[in-house]
Design a protein around this ligand. Structure first.
Ligand code: TYD
Length: 213
């Protein structure tokens, strides 16, 4: 039995997941834990290739189902090569996005049937689900404003999904909230519209409450 703890961060665009993943990692390390920070798509060589292929828009012609299959294939490698071994070593694994993102982006917002999304999750993830998912929830307009400020500052260009219309982002948000409501045993919704430090505090409280680090 793996003794580590697997935590995922989920949410739409501009929710602040990357920052909060880093801040939680720092706090857990300060409490004496060994922490692995990773992200999806990414985390392995195959995952980084899938990331580049999809986010550049080159996989668009494969459609949402094709993208879901690619994300799931990368996820399979990520679990086998990175996540499971770290959990076996007793580490805390913090992952910026995981399978709920496929359900939201390719499923709810992309139109892939729920039964197909569930089948992919069963195959790629199986019982390797996180013990805790922190949903960083932010109203669509506020999230997109953060993204455009980041992009406007020349830090990054808009990727494949950031440029989608408002309706797409609303569908994402609804889906993430619905998943959280349906999986209360692993999910906690965090109000991510608050200041960064307040969000970090809420994240820490959730982790303390559920996992007693
Ligand atoms: P990233 O730059 O990590 O965006 P963010 O900072 O918003 O997390 O890019 C990841 C993008 O890939 C993001 O737009 C969500 C999308 N994505 C999917 O569509 N399906 C998935 O299964 C995953 C993991 C990500």
């Amino acid at each position: 039995m793996a003794s580590g703890k697997f935590i995922t961060f989920e949410g739409g665009e501009g929710a602040g997941k990357s920052t909060q993943t880093r801040l939680l990692a720092e706090r857990l390390r300060a409490a004496g834990h060994k922490v692995l920070e990773t992200r999806e798509p990414g985390g392995t060589e195959r995952g980084e290739k899938v990331r580049e292929f999809i986010l550049s828009g080159k996989a668009r012609n494969y459609g949402p189902l094709g993208e879901a299959v690619l994300f799931s294939s990368a996820r399979d490698a990520h679990i086998q090569e990175v996540i499971a071994p770290a959990l076996e070593r007793g580490e805390w694994v913090l992952c910026d996005r995981f399978s709920d993102s496929t359900a939201a982006y390719q499923g709810a917002a992309g139109g892939v049937k729920p039964s197909l999304i569930r089948a992919l999750e069963r195959v790629a993830v199986g019982s390797d689900m996180p013990v805790l998912t922190l949903l960083l929830d932010v109203p669509v307009e506020a999230g997109l404003k953060r993204v455009s400020e980041r992009n406007g500052a020349g830090e990054e260009e808009a990727d494949r999904f950031e440029g989608m219309e408002q309706r797409f982002h609303e569908a994402l948000r609804d889906c993430f909230l619905q998943i959280a409501a349906e999986t209360p045993e692993r999910s906690i919704i965090i109000d991510a519209q608050q200041a960064e430090s307040a969000v970090a505090e809420a994240v820490w409280e959730a982790v303390v409450e559920r996992l007693n680090p």
